[in-house]
Write a protein that binds this ligand. Structure first.
Ligand code: HOZ
Length: 435
């Protein structure tokens, strides 16, 4: 496969830049971090995604995770088709919201109650507000390189697009006031957390963490790390929030918290619970969630929250996952094949690489160092990643257009496609060695 036609994408991009900042509605999509022209997408189906120039790619983004069953899965599509006949939005309570809440709370035992919102950003922002309201404290801890959406207090030393372009991991426009209560610790370094607790006794409302970091590339937690966070939160009456926007319903039906057997007090989810529709959710212990309006004094609201179309899509996908454990067997098996294969190929090609993976998500970092936190992730050679990315794209492999993002495998991927991907990677890594 040689997917090198880009005429229409180039033209669209030029046009888009006139009206949309950077030509895109989310920075990662601009391909700045890989010095290429973004491919404008026409459609996606199963494990493939197609651009406007007629190129087909094996899709390892899957809309950044939610397409766990593959793009356009008939179960999800049929549910959407059925519900749109009855109306697109009411801004009023519906039965599907109860179904969704029961489903989510049933699958994630740490959650007694859940509130639907429209994105992961809203979910984390609201969870944090709730934790602050519940504890009556202002400060909270996040980890360098973890990304929890783009609300002000959380855009401090954040991962994802903020690091992708080699820029500062902070955003202009975030006032000192908004950021002053955000304390940052080092991922996988419990001592850095202990130190913050010692320096801010009785003042820390919450720890928020991606239980598996996936926005500085994929970085799994050390074996004891999450349990240590649980313990220190218990001792200090601090709310432990797991941001499972990426890991929820993906690493296991009950998310990373099931896999690592650590119960957070609160959890946030994103697009995966809407089957790809714009959805997020936050929830947790009853006594904490009862702080949320109209029960309690923490305010949060939204016309599109619990939107009927999004609920129908999400219920269809989550129900399918619940009834089909073979989805996880399949994607995890392909994960081993793909990430194990990449590790061997990098070794064979003698390119300094570090592959981190867990289940169906993984990252190939262009560094000889073990990647266990933001600092080590940052040692990756982003120019090498750009070269690798562009070559893979030409060979029909659609990867994240930035070093510090994850690859996602879906139920629609096959062993044959993984082999095809590894063959492409072998060529690209060998070429990279020559360069
Ligand atoms: N925040 C996403 C990556 N971690 C990218 C979102 C998008 O561009 O769609």
């Amino acid at each position: 496969m040689n997917q090198n036609k880009t005429e229409r994408s180039v033209a669209f991009f030029e046009e888009a830049k006139k009206y949309i900042p950077g030509g895109v509605n989310s920075p990662c999509r601009a391909y700045l971090a890989v010095q290429d022209t973004p491919r404008f997408i026409e459609k996606a189906n199963g494990s493939y995604i197609y651009d406007v120039d007629g190129n087909a790619y094996i899709d390892y983004i899957g809309s950044w995770g939610p397409m766990i069953l593959g793009n356009n899965h008939p179960i999800v599509l049929d549910a959407v088709k059925e519900v749109i006949e009855s109306g697109l939005s009411f801004g009023a309570a519906t039965e599907r919201e109860i179904q969704m809440a029961k489903l989510v709370c049933g699958l994630v035992p740490s959650m007694d109650m859940v509130r639907m919102v429209n994105s992961g950003t809203e979910a984390t922002m609201s969870a944090l507000r709730t934790a602050r309201g519940y504890t009556g404290r202002d400060k909270f801890i996040k980890f360098e390189g973890c990304y929890h959406g783009h609300s002000d207090a959380l855009l401090v030393k954040a991962g994802s697009g903020l690091i992708a372009n080699g820029g500062a991991p902070d955003s202009a426009g975030v006032t000192e006031g908004c950021a002053k209560d955000t304390l940052t610790a080092v991922y996988n370094d419990f001592e850095s957390v202990q130190k913050l607790f010692e320096e801010n006794k009785g003042e820390i409302a919450a720890i928020i963490i991606e239980p598996v970091a996936a926005n500085m590339g994929v970085v799994p937690p050390n074996p004891r790390f999450l349990k240590q966070l649980r313990e220190i939160c218990d001792v200090n009456k601090t709310v432990l929030i797991f941001d499972e926007v990426i890991t929820g319903f993906r690493l296991a039906l009950g998310g990373a918290q099931e896999l690592f057997d650590v119960k957070p007090d609160m959890t946030t989810f994103g697009k995966i619970i809407g089957g790809g529709m714009p959805v997020g959710a936050y929830g947790g212990k009853r006594e904490i969630m009862e702080m949320v309006a109209p029960c309690g004094t923490v305010y949060q609201a939204g016309t599109l929250s619990g939107n009927p179309v999004a609920m129908a899509a999400g219920i269809a996908q989550l129900s399918y996952l619940k009834e089909h454990p073979e989805v996880y067997t399949h994607i995890n098996k392909l994960g081993k094949l793909l990430y194990g294969g990449l590790r061997k190929l990098a070794e064979k090609a003698d390119v300094p690489c570090s592959v981190n993976d867990i289940g169906s998500i993984g990252s190939l970092f262009f560094t000889g160092q073990e990647v266990k936190n933001y600092l080590s992730a940052k040692t990756a050679d982003i120019t090498a990643y750009g070269t690798y990315f562009r070559q893979m794209l030409l060979k029909g492999i659609y990867l994240a257009p930035a070093q510090f993002e994850a690859m996602f495998i879906s139920y629609a991927h096959t062993e044959t496609q993984i082999k095809e991907t590894l063959e492409a990677a072998e060529d690209c890594l060998t070429n990279l060695k020559r360069v």
